[in-house]
Design a protein around this ligand. Structure first.
Ligand code: FAD
Length: 450
């Protein structure tokens, strides 16, 4: 059994989704040994779109600039080919419609929101993952490693991770990036704690990628090549171009009164169920022509995604000893701000910053033990990160109510709705990254002065 030594930290990341990969890249960039343990047989993402806020891109650059290269390699900016870039989100009344709309479209433009330089560029998830993986050395990943439990063998020993295939591995700390049904969250909070599990929001998302050559003749180039949100009563539809404008990513959100059992919380049960274009058309019956046309373009068979989050029972802490949570494992949010992955990138930046400081302490202070240094770093992480990510979980629910005209303070008053969306989005987008880094560094140095 290897005992701890004064050498480099060995980090285990459980889960190789977007957040696990980005955090691993940041650690490798800082020469911190890391291994990703992923339950699947390869890195996998779904064929759907994801977009990043401008602040998430800035955090990526600080984690490791190659991440921004990966995003840029697959991102699609708003605007038709040859047109100037167009970093705006457009909100429409998708229900009542006005044939005299100023943009010549057939539903009323309610307002525009500037999303920042290259803000909200659409990426095809699987393509992005393929780009990120190019920068991960093979020695930093083990596939088919489904984490089951962790043995803490005392403060002077490394943690022992155990996997469902009976194998084990050692690490000085574990970062749980194992997503919405995180097993590591159960380890941190306890299996009896209701905060160890996500809960159904009673919202579902119908998602599809539609070839652009089918879309453009039906809704026109302006609608096809720019991001648009169609708001309305108790539902909404978002669409933006991905894959260099070859595909339109469409997500239609609707209420689902019935329950959606989580199933085996330790399992990998699919959180989707089959649906049809007719199901979506029934939800949006009576909506305006643009929404009706977009729905007519959906494939016959489509997946319905259950939206789970941690709103009902937020994790009271993201850390236990030398184990921590990042990304959806810590704070799964409904996707209505389009920022769940982005805020996970912020977690990754925070952890890389702190673990770089911890590594410096271990090489300069011979009396500092690995366990004490790691615990101090994670305590600072736990003091700094939760307030912002818990707010995202709450605000994602609220902003959905605004889009769907049922928020008690904004109702169907669109001036109030736009003001509310702007205030919430700006709180998210204009994040003081330098301020976070200073808070992290100061917090760590108050425990281990340089
Ligand atoms: P995941 O991507 O879920 O990765 C978890 C990984 O852990 C998986 O690879 C899994 O196989 C592995 N794993 C799980 N358990 C174990 C185990 N026991 N052992 C080993 N491995 C394990 N966010 C944005 O920023 N922008 C958007 O535009 C956006 N749009 C969205 C639209 C929809 C409809 C939805 C549902 C979400 C959206 N999000 C968006 C949120 C975003 O998808 C998530 O926040 C993000 O994917 C979470 O990444 P993650 O790495 O934390 O978790």
């Amino acid at each position: 059994m290897a005992s701890q030594n004064a050498g480099k930290l060995q980090v285990a990341i459980v889960g190789g989704g977007i957040v696990g990969l980005i955090t691993a890249l940041g650690l490798l960039k800082r020469n911190i040994p890391v291994k990703i343990y992923e339950q699947a047989s390869s890195f996998r993402e779904i064929g759907a779109g994801v977009a990043f806020t401008a602040n998430a891109l800035q955090c990526m650059a600080l984690v490791d600039p190659v991440i921004v290269d990966a995003v840029n390699a697959v991102a699609t900016q708003n605007g038709q080919e040859g047109a100037p870039p167009n970093d705006y989100l457009r909100y429409h009344d998708g229900y009542n419609w006005d044939p005299n709309d100023i943009e010549g479209s057939d539903d009323k433009l309610l307002g525009l929101l500037y999303s920042g330089y290259k803000g909200f560029q659409g990426c095809h998830r699987a393509a992005l993952l393929d780009e990120l993986v190019k920068y991960i050395p093979s020695h930093a990943v083990e596939f088919r490693k489904r984490f089951t439990e962790c043995k803490d063998r005392g403060p002077n020993e490394r943690l022992l991770l155990q996997f469902s295939d009976g194998t084990s591995a050692e690490a000085d700390l574990i970062i749980g990036c194992d997503g919405i049904k995180s097993k590591i969250r159960q380890l941190v909070l306890g299996p009896e704690n209701p905060a160890s599990y996500p809960y159904f929001t009673h919202k579902v998302a119908y998602r599809a990628l539609i070839p652009m050559e089918r879309v453009e003749p039906v809704i026109g180039a302006f609608k096809a090549y720019n991001q648009h949100m169609h708001t309305g009563p108790r539902a909404h539809i978002l669409h933006f171009p991905v894959s260099g404008g070859k595909l339109l990513n469409v997500v239609a959100f609707a209420a689902e009164p019935a329950d959606w059992p989580l199933g085996d919380p330790n399992g990998v049960r699919n959180m989707t169920s089959p649906a049809t274009r007719a199901d979506v058309a029934a939800v949006f019956q009576g909506w305006g022509p643009t929404v009706t046309k977009i729905i007519s373009l959906l494939p016959d068979d489509i997946d319905k995604w259950a939206i789970f989050d941690t709103y009902d029972h937020p994790a009271p802490t993201y850390v236990r000893g030398r184990v921590c949570l990042a990304g959806d494992a810590a704070h799964a949010a409904a996707p209505h701000h389009g920022a769940g992955a982005g805020i996970g990138v912020e977690d990754g930046l925070a952890l890389c910053t702190l673990l770089e400081q911890a590594t410096a302490t271990l090489s300069s202070q011979t009396n500092a033990t690995t366990g004490a240094v790691v615990e101090a770093a994670l305590q600072v992480y736990d003091a700094v990160r939760p307030p912002r990510s818990r707010w995202l979980v709450q605000s994602s629910r609220s902003v959905c109510d605004v889009y769907e005209w049922v928020h008690p303070e904004t109702g169907e008053d669109w001036d109030k709705c736009l003001a509310e969306i702007t205030a919430r989005s700006h709180r998210l987008w204009y994040f003081d990254i330098d301020g976070m880094l200073k808070e992290l560094r100061d917090g760590y140095e108050s425990r281990f002065p340089p």
